[in-house]
Design a protein around this ligand. Structure first.
Ligand SMILES: C[S@@+](CC[C@H](N)C(=O)[O-])C[C@H]1O[C@@H](n2cnc3c(N)ncnc32)[C@H](O)[C@@H]1O
Length: 256
């Protein structure tokens, strides 16, 4: 074989390698695009399924961030604010806390119930709201050690006159409380939320609201909650997306 033939063979081999590399690249790109389409279609379907039946439009994400930026700055000066900056463990977070406060203050609710006090984070936001509306909140916690920590936080925030902490099982405590509520916040980590909705919706005043934490997570922790809320002819239910999983808000439209 002379030099010219050797060069021709080498060029032919390189040509094959280049062609195979091109096919591999095209196939890899194709697989990548197909996977991306599948994942986004799956996510879209998941989101649609999660939000089926939603009657109120979601807020824009940008709006959430701008509101979070002023979560504390426009509140009246209160000893509760430094307490809210403590570590509360598995609490609802500032995004939901501020929204509870805004809902209560803007509607003038005065008889609030907070189910599952934990260390008291939501109770503090509700307490500040009660200060603003002249109302009182009852908060219920089953675990005495957790309730002790919550009591310390409530006292340090100087909200003990407006937040009444009860240490009991909510299913025992609520039947012993007379009267109705105009604002109910549910946060037992989703567990029992459907049963709580059934027990508490007849105790809700017309125009009052039952709000459940982590609306999107309810699909996994209390799958029957949202369907039950949507079936209830006396409730208008929507989901407000927030940074910690959204709030399911059910407003009572008529007396049961
Ligand atoms: C996720 S934590 C609540 C966090 C709280 N909302 C906050 O923002 O700080 C749920 C709490 O519900 C309490 N809990 C669970 N089952 C309960 C029941 N049947 N009655 C009252 N409290 C209960 C748990 O002990 C726990 O402290």
């Amino acid at each position: 074989m002379n030099t010219v033939e050797l060069r021709a063979n080498g060029t032919a081999t390189h040509g094959w390698i280049r062609r195979i590399a091109r096919w591999v690249t095209v196939a890899a790109l194709g697989i990548w695009v197909a996977l991306a389409l599948l994942v986004s279609a799956g996510l879209g379907f998941g989101m649609r399924t999660l939000l089926v039946g939603m009657k109120t439009p979601p807020l824009l994400t940008a709006e959430l961030f701008t509101r979070d930026a002023k979560s504390f700055s426009d509140l009246p000066d209160t000893p509760a604010i430094p307490v809210l900056h403590r570590d509360f463990g598995p609490a609802i977070g500032v995004s939901d806390g501020r929204r509870l406060y805004d809902m209560v203050v803007s509607r003038g609710y005065r008889r609030a119930l907070d189910v599952g006090t934990g260390n008291g984070y939501a109770a503090l936001w509700l307490g500040m709201a009660m200060r603003a509306t002249g109302g009182k909140a009852i908060t219920i916690e089953i675990d005495p050690a957790t309730a002790r920590q919550a009591r310390r936080n409530i006292q340090d925030a100087q909200l003990e006159n407006v937040v009444d902490l009860r240490i009991n099982d909510v299913f025992r405590e609520v039947p012993a409380i007379p009267g109705d509520f105009d604002f109910v916040f549910l946060d037992l980590g989703g567990v029992h939320h459907e049963r709580l909705l059934e027990m508490l919706s007849p105790r809700l005043a017309p125009g009052g609201a039952i709000v459940s934490h982590n609306a999107l997570g309810l699909r996994f922790t209390a799958a029957g909650y949202l369907p039950a809320a949507w079936r209830n002819a006396n409730l208008e239910t929507g989901i407000l997306p927030t940074l910690s999983g959204g709030l399911a808000i059910s407003v009572k439209t008529a007396r049961e």
